[in-house]
Structure formats: structure tokens, C-alpha cells
Design a protein around this ligand. Structure first.
Ligand code: BTN
Length: 257
């Protein structure tokens, strides 16, 4: 059903398609551990029975309508303290793919994809270490492409490319385009183009340089995102000159409709 990607260097040369599985991230990790997944291997499915999101959440998506895949990477050039650089490159690659279809594509820190303040995709990266370096990373991607109805039980802040553009997209035709966009930013990371990746990430970071409302603890506060720390924490200016760093569990976005 899915062909090997023709235009990439190594990503998507091997594509493992499973009509159904528990989680493509788990399958990918099993394949790497069994020595059966070279770098760039993609595991893609129509349906996950135990799809996982960030922070122990479930990833639910309609069967066969969206991208549900994992990409195996071996970023052995990264120290574990640099894990955010991978997250940044992947989010940017997906953003660049989505921007081929629609405007207003943003990255919500650290690596959620948003269009018009609605979530269109998410990334779950699971790293394995060798000593203090990354040995391999399973990059799990859920991207809403053709789904046109979402249960409000999941979230009311969700969209898909179809809802944004009215276009139906053939997943098998789209996979090589998505993978090429991701490989491009990954290759930039591998080549050490850190400043240009960082600059581009901040350019598309939702809320960067704007005063917005956030929920910290129980409190609603005004803050301005001023950057990301080297270990991937969000830097927020809460009062002039007072910059604090937050990890993902410490801060929530307050949406204003
Ligand atoms: C998020 O919570 O935003 C991250 C969602 C990641 C979902 C993808 S779908 C393919 C891969 N397999 C999983 O079990 N999860 C990721």
C-alpha cells in the first residue's frame, strides 16, 4: 500500500505497513532492538489499538484517515542533554510539510502542530541511550489529514488538513512528501546547522514574542515566550526582566476564542 520514498536519502526507504497494530512506536522499538530496523525505517498503520500521546495520554484517530506512523532515527551525534534539538527539527519538518497546503501553521512548544489555534498533529519521541548519547529515537507522528469529524470527548481544539483546506489527500501519495520534509530538517540538524534551525523554530513558535495568557499552577498569568533553554524548557517573561523556565507539566495555554 505504501511505496518506499523515492526522493529521500534514507528516510522512508523501508516502509513497514501494518493494517492494524497496538502502537507504531512500540513496534518500531521492538524492530530496532531486534536489529531489524535500519535508520529511516517507517512503521505506518491504519489503526492503533493502544496509540500513545504525550504524558501518558491516549492518541485516538479515525481508522485510515490520518497519518499514524513512527520513524526510526539514530541521532548518535546528539548528547542526551541535546534531545530537544531533535524534537525541534522534527516539528519544523512537519510544519514545513503542512505549510505546503495551508497558512497559519504553528508549532506549539515543544512539538505540537497547530493551525489557526487548533491542534492538527502531535509528536511522541522516545529515545534510547548508549552511555550519554542517543542510540536511537522512535519518532511517533500523528497527523490529522482527512478526518472531518472529531469527538468533542477528545478535544474541541482539533483540526485536520481537510477541514482547513477542503481537500482530500491520498495518504500513500503524501507520505513521501511528509518524509522528505522531515528528512530535510533532520539533515540540517545532522550537519550542525543549529542556529538556522533554532531561528526557524522560533519564527514559527506559537506565541513567541507575544503577550498571552498561561495557566501556571492554578493561576492565570500574562507572559511572553522569549525563548527555549538549551535543555528544551520554555522561557517565559512574566514581568519585565523576570524570566522563568517551565517544563511541559508546569504550564498550560489559556485559549482565547
Ligand atoms: C501527542 O500527544 O500530541 C503525541 C501524539 C503522538 C501519536 C503518534 S501516532 C503514531 C505513534 N504511535 C503512538 O502510539 N503514538 C505516536
Amino acid at each position: 500500500m505504501y511505496d518506499s520514498c523515492a526522493k529521500t536519502l534514507f528516510c522512508g526507504k523501508k516502509v513497514v505497513y501494518l493494517p492494524t497494530c497496538h502502537s507504531t512506536n512500540d513496534i518500531a522499538a521492538e524492530l530496532v532492538r531486534g536489529g531489524k530496523a535500519v535508520e529511516g525505517t517507517i512503521i505506518i498503520t491504519d489503526e492503533q489499538t493502544a496509540g500513545r500521546g504525550q504524558h501518558g495520554t491516549r492518541w485516538l484517530t479515525n481508522k485510515g484517515q490520518n497519518f499514524t506512523l513512527s520513524l526510526v532515527l539514530k541521532p548518535t551525534f546528539l548528547h542526551l542533554s541535546e534531545h530537544f534539538l531533535l524534537s525541534q527539527a522534527i516539528a519544523l519538518g512537519i510544519r514545513n510539510y503542512l505549510a505546503e497546503f495551508t497558512r497559519n501553521v504553528w508549532i506549539k512548544w515543544p512539538n505540537d502542530l497547530y493551525v489557526n489555534d487548533l491542534k492538527i498533529g502531535g509528536v511522541l519521541i522516545e529515545n534510547a541511550l548508549q552511555g550519554t548519547r542517543l542510540a536511537y529515537s522512535v519518532v511517533g507522528i500523528g497527523l490529522n489529514i482527512n478526518q472531518s469529524h472529531f469527538s468533542t470527548a477528545i478535544s474541541d481544539r482539533v483540526t485536520s488538513l481537510r477541514l482547513e483546506t477542503g481537500q482530500y489527500l491520498h495518504l500513500a501519495e503524501q507520505l513521501p512528501r511528509l518524509v522528505l520534509a522531515i528528512e530535510k530538517t533532520y539533515l540540517r540538524l545532522r550537519a550542525g546547522q543549529l542556529e538556522s534551525l533554532r531561528g526557524e523554530y522560533l519564527q514559527y513558535l506559537l506565541g513567541f514574542g507575544q503577550t498571552r495568557q498561561y495557566i501556571i499552577g492554578e493561576q492565570l498569568v500574562d507572559g511572553t515566550i522569549v525563548g527555549i533553554s538549551p535543555d528544551g524548557k520554555l522561557r517565559l517573561e512574566l514581568h519585565p526582566g523576570e524570566i522563568r523556565e517551565f517544563d511541559i507539566k508546569e504550564i498550560k495555554w489559556q485559549w482565547v476564542d
